[in-house]
Write a protein that binds this ligand. Structure first.
Ligand SMILES: Nc1ncnc2c1ncn2[C@@H]1O[C@H](COP(=O)(O)OP(=O)(O)OP(=O)(O)O)[C@@H](O)[C@H]1O
Ligand SMILES: [Mg+2]
Length: 258
């Protein structure tokens, strides 16, 4: 796929912690219009890749949004360039309403003048994010009493009001019910229509249903890359999932149940 202004292109990304190579030269890309999955066993380096791209860990190599290099920039500048992420554990303000959470997220991108203007009514970007995330009816609900799924959608909505061009989501469906997973996959499809979306996920059934392309990491390196059927039929992927205790079992990757 041809890189555009909204494409994330990661090339030879490397992250070390005190000499331990957590990510040892990883390349992948994500383009508006696709949902790129990043999968791999525990400790493969998935979260570390996201941390490096978003400025939370120091990485070498390259991670570009369009023609702008992200590596080496502080985290807040990377957010302002349009790269948003979620964490493995939800990080919304429980005591505040959905609307208040979105208002805070929007504040990151507003000038003080537009902040003043926004006080008079709901910011159109917030209204769009409420609609897109399906949280319109929950706008006055305190985030703390949202369902687990709704909290994740609120986090995604917060990235939308920040005008994120790239969304990096770390295990968005962990702990969700089947219905919430389906709703999340559909939300990601809508979000990805004009943004690049990277999903780190262990749920292979979810991956099969909603991935456009997949990168498989193992021990800090790319083991396999391609469509869902490409990676599912790759013997190296099957071997890693079979041989790794605690990882999502190859039975789920092959579509069987145990
Ligand atoms: N701050 C850190 N200091 C030292 N080692 C770290 C640090 N962060 C991660 N690691 C190590 O780097 C490797 C990759 O970790 P990472 O969290 O990226 O894996 P992951 O693929 O996200 O795994 P999981 O699926 O369990 O979330 C692991 O061996 C982990 O212990
Ligand atoms: Mg992780």
């Amino acid at each position: 796929m041809i890189a555009t202004e909204g494409s994330l292109v990661v090339t030879n990304l490397r992250v070390e912690f005190d000499g331990f190579v957590a990510v040892g030269g990883v390349s992948f890309d994500a383009h508006p219009g696709e949902v790129r999955f990043l999968i791999g066993p525990n400790g493969a380096g998935k979260t570390t890749c996201i941390d490096a791209i978003t400025g939370l860990s120091r990485g070498s190599g390259s991670a570009k949004l369009g023609d702008r290099e992200l590596l080496g920039k502080p985290a807040h500048k990377i957010v302002r360039l349009g790269v948003g992420r979620t964490f493995q554990t939800a990080s919304v303000f429980d005591e505040l309403t959905v609307l208040q959470n979105l208002d805070i997220a929007a504040g990151l991108h507003r000038s003080s003048l537009s902040l003043l203007r926004a006080r008079r009514g709901i910011d159109p970007a917030i209204e769009r994010a409420l609609e897109e995330s399906g949280l319109g009816a929950e706008r006055m609900t305190p985030a703390g009493i949202l369902s687990h799924g709704q909290k994740q959608w609120l986090e995604i909505a917060m990235l939308l009001v920040q005008d994120a061009k790239v969304l990096l989501l770390d295990e968005p469906v962990a702990g969700m019910s089947q219905d919430e997973r389906t709703a999340t996959g559909e939300l990601l499809g809508r979000v990805a229509a004009n943004r690049a979306v990277v999903v780190v996920e262990h749920d292979m059934d979810f991956m099969r249903r909603f991935a456009t392309r997949v990168t498989v990491l193992h021990q800090g390196r790319v083991l396999s890359e391609g469509s869902v059927s490409d990676v599912q039929s790759d013997p190296r992927v099957q071997e890693v999932y079979l041989g790794t205790a605690g990882a999502p079992s190859v039975t789920t990757i092959e579509g069987e149940t145990h």
